[in-house]
Design a protein around this ligand. Structure first.
Ligand code: S3P
Length: 173
């Protein structure tokens, strides 16, 4: 497989942004975190977009920006918000052009990481809501090309990714 565009997916708090930055550095690829990109472009925080326009608006916005980004880059590490693969046909779209990597972290670990984060608007809906959401999304995330157990230090995750590439003789160029 030719790995020029890599998409990182997974539940909130699974470390997509941190890993994405390191992976992009390691591969010498550009890095984009879709949420950060949206916040900068629209000069609003994600929770403000949810509050002002609602979740559906955000889902359309993230899809629209995704289309623009994917057209613009030949090589890329793209970190996506936890909901992205779970709306419309986004997961199928992603898999067509990106090498999709699911960062798997058990619910409880993700929750401990996100529970006090006010910029994640879904967090205030509570633990039960989030756990149900996690369970609903898991089968979609599991359709990714690669699944990485991600509750380990980033440098070890990079090693795992590297091993996968070597094993599958994947081409990066
Ligand atoms: C969301 C995850 C967030 C962000 C928004 C909605 C979700 O991104 O896109 O708050 O539905 O899971 P992270 O996964 O980076 O926290």
């Amino acid at each position: 497989m030719n790995i020029k565009k890599i998409a990182l997916i997974g539940f909130m708090g699974s470390g997509k942004t941190l890993f994405g930055k390191e992976l992009a550095k390691f591969l010498n690829y550009p890095f984009i975190d879709l949420d950060d990109y949206i916040e900068k472009k629209y000069k609003m925080k994600i929770f403000q977009i949810f509050e002002k326009y609602g979740e559906n608006y955000f889902r359309n916005l993230e899809r629209q920006e995704f289309f623009l980004i994917k057209r613009k880059y030949k090589k890329l590490v793209l970190s996506l918000g936890g909901g992205f693969p779970c709306y419309k046909n986004n997961m199928n779209l992603l898999k067509k052009e990106f090498f999709t990597t699911f960062l798997y972290v058990p619910f409880e670990k993700s929750y401990q990481y996100i529970k006090n984060d006010l910029n994640r608007p879904l967090v205030k809906k509570g633990k039960n809501f989030l756990e149900t959401l996690y369970k609903k999304r898991l089968p979609i995330y599991l359709k990714a090309h690669m699944i990485l157990k991600a509750d380990i230090p980033v440098k070890d995750l990079i090693k795992k990714f590297k091993k996968y590439l070597e094993k599958h003789r994947s081409s990066l160029s």
